[in-house]
Design a binder for this molecule. Structure first.
Ligand code: NG6
Ligand code: CA
Length: 509
């Protein structure tokens, strides 16, 4: 591991922290130590703007997420960079708009690493400031060169783009390989039962969801009819690796234990942890102790499960005496979807719960619910409780956190330095933002949203989500029309022109 110290003083204090009995600071007066707080990003998968109590949900108890929101800054205009996962994750870790990279789209489990290993990333910037950096949970940014042998060391991956430690699932819970990978090695792999993966064709004699419905404990509704793992049909084909396969119902506990272990092991040094949850992405597989936690079936229950994991994680920070020196950033990679390909009662039992809150659209959509997500910063003693309507994107974490740690790295990308906004000391956020959804882009500026014309269906019938496609320009004033019902493009030609110009200046059309 390489550590770069920004000053001899920082090195001195870090070494003090490593010595028994030294470095403890009961009075909290030691400004130099406080210069380098721990940083944790809790990143949900498909959690919608309306899916947690602090953002208006009443049917899903989320006391721990709500505590972060209510005791920290709760952003009402916080955005992911994309309405799908891999592009958002690419953006949060690189500070780059995902549409700048043509490969930044939903990746199969065999995709090569999406981030160029020469790129200055958020974790690498923090490494250089003296942080020990780790990722636990969902990765979905590709691994290796596209021709990975899963039975050998898998690289490049997180450890080559700035993470000192990694314990990940390669892609998504519904995609093979369904194994954990720790620092480039499949966990629990039996060399006599090697793993083979294909996204093209099945391995001879292996059951699939399509051919062997009798083996399924959860049916697919669309897609998801390839290899069966733990009675759940997945995307992609996998053979071998029996002992290494994860238990879906234990995944939340496994990631929590790894996150806790990371904190306990590295508590004497400033650490950065990117904790990628798998909930409430499909397949939704709550541990039995959370089954029935809501009236909504697995989709509600896994949100409660995730909430409990967040509570346990915060408790660990508190028990280790780290809470007051740890900045937590909580958000989601994209908006919500109810039926994303499995028959899991999510539609039937939704009741009056609205995963997207007051917003239109959802995951995959250029409407607001695709990318406007829960976004919270929490730092006891340093961040005062507030609600902020500043426009802010996850892309901005890189430049903002560079300021927080006084990095000497020049952040030259799409990231805006908005540390005061993250800290709740200013609401002077971004001026504008490009939104992305499945290769299409739209524009947010001031209180306005502009969606250029796109071909394609307006409503995806499988997910029942309005995608934002329309043959004409769309223009909405979100101050008056948060639900995007009233297209003002014809009524306000000057505003439309201004928005299109602003969009093209950045997007380069
Ligand atoms: C889609 C999958 C969906 C989900 C998504 C990625 C089908 C029919 N749908 O292709 O279930 O896996 O990809 O989600 O296969 S994301 O949050 O990781 O972007
Ligand atoms: Ca996602």
């Amino acid at each position: 591991m390489k550590i770069y110290f920004k000053s001899p003083l920082a090195l001195f204090f870090i070494l003090m922290g490593l010595l028994p009995g030294c470095g403890s600071d009961p009075d909290g007066e030691d400004e130099s130590m406080q210069d380098l707080p721990n940083i944790v990003v809790i990143y949900m998968d498909d959690l919608g703007y309306g899916d947690m109590g602090a953002y208006g949900a009443t049917g899903i108890p989320t006391p721990n997420m709500d505590r972060l929101a209510n005791e920290g800054v709760r952003f009402t205009e916080g955005y992911s960079a994309s309405a799908t996962c891999s592009p958002s994750r690419y953006a949060i870790l690189t500070g780059l708009y995902p549409w700048r990279n043509k490969n930044a789209k939903i990746l199969p489990g065999t995709a090569p690493l999406l981030i160029d290993t020469a790129t200055m990333t958020l974790p690498r910037m923090l490494q250089r400031a003296g942080y020990y950096t780790g990722v636990v949970g969902k990765w979905h940014l590709g691994l290796g060169d596209g021709k990975v042998n899963w039975n050998e060391h898998i690289a490049p991956g997180p450890n080559e783009v700035g993470f000192d430690h990694s314990f990940i699932m390669a892609a998504t819970q519904d995609r093979v390989p369904t194994v954990y990978i720790e620092n480039g090695e499949v966990v629990g792999l039996d060399p006599n039962d090697p793993i083979q993966i294909s996204y093209q064709e099945n391995f001879e004699g292996e059951p699939t969801g399509l051919n062997n419905p009798e083996m399924l404990k959860m049916n697919y509704s669309h897609g998801h009819n390839n290899s069966i793992v733990n009675g759940i049909p997945r995307i992609g084909f996998m053979k071998g690796g029996e002992k290494a396969k994860w238990k879906d119902e234990a995944m939340a506990d496994t990631f929590l234990e790894e996150a806790q272990k990371f904190v306990r092991t590295h508590k004497n040094q400033p650490f950065f942890l990117y904790y990628g949850f798998q909930q409430p992405h499909v397949p939704r597989t709550p541990h039995p102790r959370f089954v029935g936690a809501t009236d909504m079936g697995p989709r509600g229950d896994v949100i409660v499960e995730a909430d409990a994991m967040i509570g346990a994680f915060i408790k660990t920070l508190e028990e280790e005496g780290l809470a007051e020196n740890t900045l937590i950033i909580f958000s989601s990679d994209n908006g919500p979807v109810v039926d994303d390909g499995y028959e899991d009662q999510a539609v039937e039992r939704l009741g009056d719960h609205t995963p997207s809150g007051p917003l239109r659209g959802g995951k995959y959509s250029l409407f607001e619910a695709g990318t406007r997500v829960p976004f919270v910063t929490y730092w006891p003693g340093r961040i005062a409780p507030a609600t902020s309507d500043a426009l802010i994107s996850q892309i901005d974490l890189m430049a903002s956190l560079a300021d927080l740690v006084d990095s000497d790295v020049e952040v030259e990308n799409d990231s805006k330095a908005l540390l005061d906004v993250l800290m709740g000391q200013s609401t002077d956020g971004r001026d504008q933002l490009i939104l992305e959804a499945r290769g299409r882009t739209a524009f947010r500026k001031g209180s306005w949203a502009m969606i250029p014309p796109y071909p394609g269906v307006a409503l995806n019938k499988w997910t029942n989500i309005e995608l934002g496609n329309h043959p004409e320009f769309q223009l909405y004033n979100l101050d008056e029309d948060l639900g995007q019902q009233n297209n003002l493009a014809e009524e306000k030609p000057d505003k439309l022109k201004e928005m299109v110009q602003g969009f093209e200046e950045i997007r380069g059309h």
